[in-house]
Ligand binder design. Sequence first.
Ligand SMILES: C[C@@](CO)(OP(=O)(O)O)[C@H](O)COP(=O)(O)OP(=O)(O)OC[C@H]1O[C@@H](n2ccc(N)nc2=O)[C@H](O)[C@@H]1O
Ligand SMILES: Nc1ncnc2c1ncn2[C@@H]1O[C@H](COP(=O)(O)OP(=O)(O)O)[C@@H](O)[C@H]1O
Length: 269
Amino acid sequence: MVLFPNAKINIGLNILEKRSDGFHNLASCFYPVGWADALEILPAQQVMFEASGLPIPGAEGTNLCLRAYHLLAEEYDLPPVHIHLLKAVPIGAGLGGGSADAAFTIRALNQQFSLNLSTGQQQDYARTLGSDCAFFIENKPMYCFGKGDQFEEIALRLTGKWVVLVNPGLHISTAEAYAGITPRKPDTDLRKLLQQPLDQWKGQVVNDFEESLFPKYPVLDEYKQKLYGLGAHYASMSGSGSTLYGIFDEPIDTSNNFGNSTVWEGELS
Ligand SMILES: C[C@@](CO)(OP(=O)(O)O)[C@H](O)COP(=O)(O)OP(=O)(O)OC[C@H]1O[C@@H](n2ccc(N)nc2=O)[C@H](O)[C@@H]1O
Ligand SMILES: Nc1ncnc2c1ncn2[C@@H]1O[C@H](COP(=O)(O)OP(=O)(O)O)[C@@H](O)[C@H]1O
């Protein structure tokens, strides 16, 4: 079975408060985008994990695909599998790439070996692997809260809009980004702000990580402003960075704007 675990962007990201377990309660709209890895899972003689494409930090045994397999194998009678991951989504990029790989592994194993796990059961397994993981089980635009693993339907649809993602190659660890934050509740609920037309989001729909990360890495704000200069209706950093995105009506020419950054663009669904 071959799947394509896709990235997400955060449209608005409010870090509300620090919790007693050390994590933070947040409010954000998670929106899937088409930038994706390729994941192949095949029955095999013994469990084997292989990765190609972008190098993934950490020992192979700690890869989220393998962790997802072992999590299910502890409870269900799973045959050994060969997992091949072609890594294309940048890592430490605020795009949830590793979380998507984990969630898609759960989805694939559930389907391939007829485990009959409900959506809720798959989300429960996913959230033990990372706060972002459960989102990728349903993989549709959602208002997310709690650790980022609780969901509420949101009417927001940007179908047909064009998104440009710019990854400047800075690897920002999620834990490092959270450590620089002073949590606070916003004046206006994000769900309300997102009901406004897209052109009114600028300056109102904010990612709280920008305040601490932009002074530290000035290129991030420079690229956000360039996206506005190219005509974006709205531009922001995604998650804990370092990827910036802009939302446009149609494809745009990004050449000569973002140095050696990796640029991906595509239609929103
Ligand atoms: C910031 C966000 C926003 O969508 O996305 P990314 O930038 O990673 O894509 C997420 O909250 C990232 O979720 P995820 O990457 O799954 O984080 P986890 O592996 O669960 O946690 C990594 C570390 O981040 C911090 N953390 C994470 C989530 C959360 N709600 N509060 C936290 O304080 C903790 O220090 C934790 O040890
Ligand atoms: N399949 C995977 N893809 C990406 N990162 C992985 C994977 N498995 C484990 N990791 C670890 O997860 C961390 C980054 O996760 P990722 O979700 O890409 O971060 P972010 O959402 O901040 O971009 C890295 O430290 C990496 O070592």
